[in-house]
Ligand binder design. Structure first.
Ligand code: FES
Length: 147
């Protein structure tokens, strides 16, 4: 049995402790906002928050997060009203949307640590891949969210 907290709710998984967190969230908890992109830690589609840090959930096992506080896109804010989400909407940058939950989680973690990130800070923290190529406008949206 592996126990931790997801979106402020205690969870117990009777899964192989080596199960990637991504699949526990998606398959056992039906939290499908966390996306599978590559499975190798490269794309960031699976980004969640673990104890305040943006983490690629395909790369950590549920055993590794025992006792932690995990937040997914579903638990980040009520009614999608996190400043990052509001900025993405205001800047109208979302295209296919597949990468967006991971981008939002990474940006929210950045802004918690750095309320006034430079373009370089954003580029260093948001390494998520986006096939639609939203990168220039994404940086502007995250700067807007910081204001
Ligand atoms: Fe985890 Fe791509 S699915 S980084």
């Amino acid at each position: 049995m592996t126990r931790f907290t997801v979106n402020n709710q205690p969870v117990e998984y009777k899964l192989d402790p080596q199960t990637p967190l991504l699949w526990a969230l998606r398959d056992a908890s039906n939290l499908t906002g966390t996306k599978y992109g590559c499975g190798t830690g490269d794309c960031g589609a699976c980004t969640v928050d673990i104890d305040g840090a943006a983490v690629r959930s395909c790369q950590v096992t549920i055993a590794a997060v025992e006792g932690t506080f995990v937040t997914t896109i579903e638990g980040l804010a009520q009614e999608n009203n996190h400043p990052v989400q509001q900025a993405l909407i205001a800047e109208n940058i979302v295209q296919c949307g597949y990468c967006i939950p991971g981008v939002v989680m990474a940006a929210a973690a950045l802004l918690r640590k750095n309320r006034n990130p430079s373009d370089e800070d954003i580029a260093g923290a948001i390494t998520n891949l986006c096939r639609c190529g939203i990168y220039p406008r994404l940086s502007e949206a995250i700067s807007r969210a910081a204001r």
